[in-house]
Design a protein around this ligand. Structure first.
Ligand code: NAI
Length: 270
């Protein structure tokens, strides 16, 4: 289904690791809708090689960048503009990682060096991306910048650990930089708060199956899939959402507005 919603638009997509990645689905749909873009990921993730298959499918160049390195980001933005032939219209930040979660550290016994890494990779990198874009004057007016987040920024979910703090900071950066970028360049900045989704990052969180099952029952529409999240990203990159900025946009089948649902009542009274 192509309506050329992104025809003539140029962008950078961070975070496509394998075909389950949300960013992977965004890349396929952006290509379908007529966008041209570069793909990027941390050098260590690129070694898995899967991204080359996606790049081929989309006719996209892969440019390695550790999102915590300003130098890598500078190179990425410079090269992307060269390869794509002009300034950018959209950026997707689809990056998350916590060494504490990965190594099953208890929340009461966090390794603080790792916690700083969690913040740098999962939140501060978003600031770095936008600061580099601003300094290079890399964004076209009415461009759109998006990051993906999770409702653990507002509510506690055991096992989400320090990623909850990272997501809260990520959403805050979107608001603060959104104000600045709107004023300077009419660029919009938003976060999409996605349902739990079976990906490498998602399934790294302890008890993820239960998480997903509970969210499914607590969401009147059910969990939002990676596919539908990608659709939402495309609409946010299109000219149909020009006045939406500094928002944390819930994409969760109604989870965040539900107190209790009939499905949960049925389960509790079984
Ligand atoms: P994923 O594991 O496919 O994607 C995470 C990406 O972050 C990977 O491509 C990884 O290589 C990249 N990354 C890690 N460290 C990096 C670094 N230093 N520099 C550059 N890239 C780096 O998983 P998924 O689920 O597609 O994650 C994408 C985003 O969606 C993340 O922000 C995640 O927190 C968010 N999200 C995921 C949910 C889920 O349940 N899967 C729910 C809500 C939000």
């Amino acid at each position: 289904m192509s309506n050329n919603l992104l025809k003539g638009k140029r962008g950078i997509i961070f975070g496509a690791l394998d075909e389950n990645s949300i960013a992977w689905k965004v890349a396929l749909k952006a290509n379908e809708q007529g966008a041209s873009f570069t793909l990027t990921n941390a050098p260590i993730a690129l070694r898995m090689g899967a991204i080359n298959q996606l790049a081929e499918q989309c006719g996209a160049e892969v440019i390695p960048a550790d999102a915590t390195s300003v130098e890598d980001l500078e190179n990425l933005f410079t090269k992307s503009q060269e390869v794509l032939g002009g300034k950018l219209d959209f950026v997707l930040h689809s990056i998350g990682m916590s060494p504490n979660v990965r190594k099953n550290k208890e929340y009461g016994d966090l390794n603080y060096d790792w916690m700083l890494k969690t913040m740098d990779i999962s939140a501060i990198s978003f600031h770095k991306v936008m600061a580099v874009a601003e300094k290079q004057e890399a964004m076209n007016e009415w461009g759109s910048i998006l990051a993906l987040t999770y409702i653990a920024a507002q509510r506690t979910f055991p096992d989400y650990s320090d990623m909850a703090q990272a997501k809260a900071m990520l959403e805050s950066i979107a608001r603060s930089y959104g104000e600045r970028f709107a004023r300077l360049k009419k660029v919009r900045v938003n976060t999409i708060s996605q349902s739990p989704t079976m990906t490498t990052a998602g399934s790294g969180v302890g008890g993820f199956d239960v998480f997903m099952d509970y969210a499914e029952k607590m969401s009147p529409l059910g969990n939002a899939s990676a596919e539908s999240c990608a659709d939402y990203c495309i609409s946010m990159f299109s000219d149909l959402t020009k006045m939406v900025t500094m928002q944390n946009l819930m994409h969760d089948g109604g989870f965040s507005s539900s107190g209790i649902t009939q499905d949960i009542i049925d389960q509790m009274t079984k």
